[in-house]
Ligand binder design. Structure first.
Ligand code: HEM
Length: 207
């Protein structure tokens, strides 16, 4: 019996995550904590640069709503990175992109996945970028009009199909799928490194 048979999918369509807003939440159950206190980052992590840059971009925009949303989104993906060893992921390459099933046995982590993925989907649609220092991320935002992303929330996680009609965008989508798998495998150790972009990917932004 495949896992898929027991999944009762609820397509989210345009629904966005991250609407819970404010930062600094703590969720006691399951020991998953939100928050950006330096003490919660592994020693030697250099996400501070990333965050300072994003703060500057957001401050320049004068948009408080976006700043609050970004802070929330950041707390969610930091929590996912911190608890990466409780996440399972099956990544399948399909001719025009990827299909992924990302799950956890811990309902708190399922809630984080249910927040993160629709929130990132929405950010792609509105071009609300992040991780500007890591070329693979600005590239996917630059290519967003060529990318179709169908997100289905399932009881144990998230099922995603990300596709394109453009072969170069397909290469990028597949590279991003592999990066998410690396985040799941290595957590913060991966998040502080640049994401691999294949040699045959032609950048649409300046190199
Ligand atoms: C363990 C940590 C993480 C997990 C489990 C996770 C999970 C996911 C999943 C399931 C997707 C849908 C696409 C796919 O399945 O490949 C996705 C997309 C996305 N994630 Fe994450 N993510 C993590 C960390 C991060 C981090 C650290 C960032 C940025 C700082 C990020 C930003 C994005 C963005 C921008 C997208 C939409 C573009 C794309 O599909 O690549 N994620 N994430």
């Amino acid at each position: 019996m495949s896992k898929q048979n027991s999944l009762q999918g609820v397509s989210t369509g345009m629904r966005r995550g991250g609407s819970g807003g404010g930062g600094g939440q703590e969720r006691g159950q399951g020991g998953i904590r939100f928050g950006n206190a330096p003490s919660m980052r592994p020693a030697g992590m250099s996400l501070a640069d990333e965050e300072a840059m994003e703060e500057r971009v957001l401050a320049g925009s004068g948009n408080t709503d976006k700043r609050v949303r970004h802070q929330h989104d950041q707390e969610v993906f930091h929590a996912l990175l911190r608890h990466h060893d409780q996440i399972q992921r099956e990544l399948t390459q399909i001719p025009d992109g990827i299909r992924s099933l990302t799950t956890s046995a811990n309902p708190e982590i399922v809630r984080l996945l249910h927040d993160h993925v629709p929130a990132m989907h929405h950010r792609l649609e509105e071009n609300f970028g992040l991780r500007f220092w890591d070329p693979a991320f600005p590239e996917i935002f630059a290519q967003r009009e060529k990318v179709r992303m169908v997100v289905t929330l399932v009881p144990t996680g998230v099922l995603v199909e990300e596709t394109s009609d453009d072969p170069n965008a397909v290469t990028l989508i597949q590279a991003h799928g592999a990066v998410v798998s690396l985040f799941v495998r290595r957590g913060f150790a991966q998040a502080q490194e640049s994401s691999p972009l294949p040699d045959n990917y032609q950048r649409v932004l300046g190199a």
